[in-house]
Design a protein around this ligand. Structure first.
Ligand code: F6P
Length: 336
């Protein structure tokens, strides 16, 4: 695939509809609205200090984390665009305690959208990559999207998942269950252009991503795994490993999809009562599906992430995803 062919996101969605007859028109519409929302969020981020959008909003989200102005702006853009003529029954977000039902006079919305509007928002003020992560689930017939329980479907029920990454370029990465595809924003035309089809994640790697400052709080299997990696060529893994940590899941997972690797945010004793750091419904599940679609694996160490039956909208889980050889080793250490 070369950029000269200039296949726009809209054209690609319509071609996918033709090639995979199961892609409904209202899902295509939902994805086009999501992509447009991401383009606008990227534009707000791109203006940075010029638009006065940096810094704290002076409020906290449901997780008790300080909200940045851009967290709130990104959330509002997604809510606003999807409320105007969308095919959603409802939305749920990291930034809102409760679901947001979308009114549909005389009809029903077919999908539920879950999102982290601005992942890695501590990177905003240092001009480093951030992103938007989203997951689309089917809306049960006749559901009332004010009821959080309608959203509590396992990751295996997702019909679309992806993220936008706002870095040196803005990219939109998507899976509909037929591989993982990358689109790059042409800032001159405002169009997303297909730049890579079928991203693949090699089974082997020599690169890992973890916040090493938490080392003393990890559980024994992760302590052992990372110690083996750090032992390098003369250790049990018999190869040297490199480490990278952007501190925005979206950017760390993007690196995996571009050049391989393994990403871990394991349980640690500081957050044991919360169940982990990352959120299942709008961080772990969409990223798990993308990684699996690229040929990798995604696990809590004990269980495939996409098999978890959710118990709460903002549930947190341990996350280990990436190169299948590494996830197999982590799973083996957890069951030993
Ligand atoms: O959503 C939480 C998040 O910002 C992730 O994007 C990222 O992987 C992680 O937190 C960074 O955590 P830490 O502060 O431990 O580096």
């Amino acid at each position: 695939m070369t950029t000269e062919q200039h296949i726009t996101f809209t054209d690609w969605l319509h071609d996918s509809r033709r090639d995979h007859g199961t892609l409904p028109a209202n899902l295509v519409q939902t994805l086009m609205v999501t992509a447009e929302a991401c383009r606008r969020i990227g534009a707000a981020i791109g203006q940075g200090a010029l638009a006065g959008v940096l810094g704290a909003a002076g409020s906290e989200n449901v997780q008790g984390e300080d909200q940045k102005k851009l967290d709130v702006i990104a959330n509002d853009i997604l809510l606003q665009l999807h409320s105007d003529g969308s095919h959603l029954a409802g939305m749920a977000s990291e930034e809102m305690d409760d679901p947001f039902p979308v009114p549909h006079p005389g009809s029903e919305g077919a999908y539920l959208l879950l999102f982290d509007p601005l992942d890695g928002s501590s990177n905003i003020d240092i001009n480093a990559p951030v992103g938007t992560i989203f997951s689309v689930l089917p809306a049960p017939d006749g559901c009332d999207a004010r009821d959080a329980s309608v959203f509590l479907q396992p990751g295996s029920a997702q019909v679309a998942a992806g993220y936008a990454i706002y870095g040196p370029s803005t990219q939109f990465i998507l899976t509909l269950g037929h591989g993982v595809h990358a689109f790059t924003l042409d800032r001159y035309s405002g169009e997303l252009i297909l730049t890579q089809e079928n991203l693949t994640l090699p089974a082997q790697t020599q690169e890992f991503a973890i916040n090493m400052s938490n080392q003393r709080f990890w559980e024994a299997p992760v302590q052992r795994y990372v110690a083996d990696l750090l032992a390098g060529k003369t250790g049990p893994r018999a190869k040297d490993f490199n480490m990278r940590w952007v501190a925005a899941m979206v950017a760390d997972v993007h690196r995996l999809l571009c050049r391989g690797g393994v990403f871990l945010y394991p349980l640690d004793s500081k957050m044991a009562s919360k169940g982990g750091k990352l959120r299942l419904m709008y961080e772990a599940n969409p990223m798990a599906w993308l990684v699996e679609q690229a040929g990798g694996q995604a696990s809590t160490g004990q269980q495939r992430i996409m098999d978890i039956q959710p118990s709460g909208l903002h549930q947190r889980v341990p996350v280990m995803l990436g190169a299948s050889e590494e996830i197999a080793e982590l799973t083996r250490l957890h069951s030993a």
